[in-house]
Design a protein around this ligand. Structure first.
Ligand code: SF4
Length: 365
């Protein structure tokens, strides 16, 4: 797990569970999850995608398990993945047992679905306990229990929360408590309310998600809005941003949300101005080129890219490294001091050079 800052606001007290080697809840760092898009039975492709997600900073990965072939692949995937693997199972109890036996860190399964199969909930909780496997109850607006639809007239926040609490009671009546809960909805307002109700009702660790959030831009906004509101209330122990985009993007957005909320130590931060009529340089291009040039830095470095000498020097001084542009030149600041002034066409190269030198100094690269 990456460095975690102390939360800048109180976090809700939840019970701690483990997803493989990653603790969730009980004040543990908030973990970032994603889900593979490969066919799980294609072991090579799935492991490759898991490796890419891991490199992007993903803490826990979920894989779908809709067929026998997928269930059979789980043991190799769970063994070879360097981050915990969660098997996502909807109806087949035998896949749940297979995932537990395979060494998955957790299984996402709703006991309400499994109950239809000769009440195997007790056996599942026993197997999960024996193997130290945690479970996740995942209630989604799209798959909400029909009784809740009838009672509430739709997938309201109350319906989602009540459904999740009923599912939780099916585990709890067997003395099983190693599970977390998600109540996902595509509408952030409904989703926020559903999590608030759950947070008031029990100490279950909560997995945050806005489901079917949409393409990258819309999904990012929806997730950031909803997670930001909940995290500020101290709600949320692990998160997954759902995007109609490659899963690595989900991880990047998730990490950025945590960093923006002060819940994870920042890595590289680009502070760039929006530009305005005073700009004496093409700020957009400059910021893009600097971002691209520094994208592999993992140090907690704040780099300011400012378009003029009005607000520029102030922001540039506040940053670890910065540029205030004007008159075809860039004044380069390092931690408040002007270290050199370079022609405009050398600003990017100069910032990258200094950033790498600072990174090396910090010994963290
Ligand atoms: Fe405008 Fe200068 Fe502020 Fe950028 S730094 S927004 S160019 S005033």
């Amino acid at each position: 797990m990456p460095k975690v800052k102390e939360a800048p606001f109180p976090r809700r007290k939840t019970r701690r569970i483990n997803v493989g080697s990653v603790p969730v809840g009980g004040g543990s760092p908030i973990s970032v999850q994603s889900m593979t898009t490969t066919k799980t039975y294609d072991i090579g492709a799935t492991l490759q995608q898991i490796a890419e997600l891991t490199a992007a900073g993903c803490d826990i990965v979920r894989v779908a398990c809709p067929t026998d072939k997928d269930a059979e692949a789980l043991s190799i995937i769970a063994k070879q993945s360097t981050i915990p693997v969660i098997a996502d199972i909807h109806f087949q109890p035998r896949y749940v047992f297979a995932a537990i036996e395979a060494g998955c860190g957790a299984v996402r399964v709703n006991p309400g679905n499994i109950r239809r199969f000769d009440d195997q909930v007790a056996e599942i909780t026993r197997a999960a306990s024996d193997h130290g496997t945690s479970l996740r109850i995942g209630v989604n607006a799209g798959s909400l229990d029909k009784r809740m639809y009838a009672k509430y007239g739709g997938a309201t926040a109350e319906a989602l929360a009540e459904s999740a609490m009923w599912e939780a009671s099916l585990f709890e009546e067997h003395g099983f408590h190693d599970f977390k809960i998600s109540v996902k909805h595509h509408d952030p307002v409904t989703m926020i309310r559903a999590y608030e109700i759950l947070a008031d009702a029990g100490d279950w660790p909560l997995h945050l998600g806005v489901t079917e959030a949409g393409p990258a831009f819309q999904g990012t906004i929806k997730s950031a809005t909803a997670f930001g509101a909940l995290l500020r209330e101290g709600i949320g122990d692990t998160i997954r941003v759902s995007l109609s985009a490659p899963p690595v993007e989900e991880v990047k957005v998730g990490i950025q949300i945590l960093q923006s909320m002060g819940l994870r130590e920042r890595t590289l931060e680009i502070v760039s101005c929006p530009s305005c009529g005073r700009a004496q340089v093409d700020v957009y291009t400059l910021a893009e080129e600097v971002t691209e040039g520094l994208k592999d830095l993992t140090v907690p470095l704040r780099v300011a890219v400012m378009g003029c000498v009005v607000n520029g020097p102030g922001e540039a001084r506040e940053a670890d490294l910065g540029v205030a542009s004007g008159n075809g030149k860039g004044q380069i600041f390092i931690r408040g001091d002007v270290v050199e002034t370079v022609p405009e066409d050398q600003i990017v190269e100069c910032l990258i050079r200094h950033a790498n030198a600072l990174a090396e100094e910090m010994g963290l690269e």
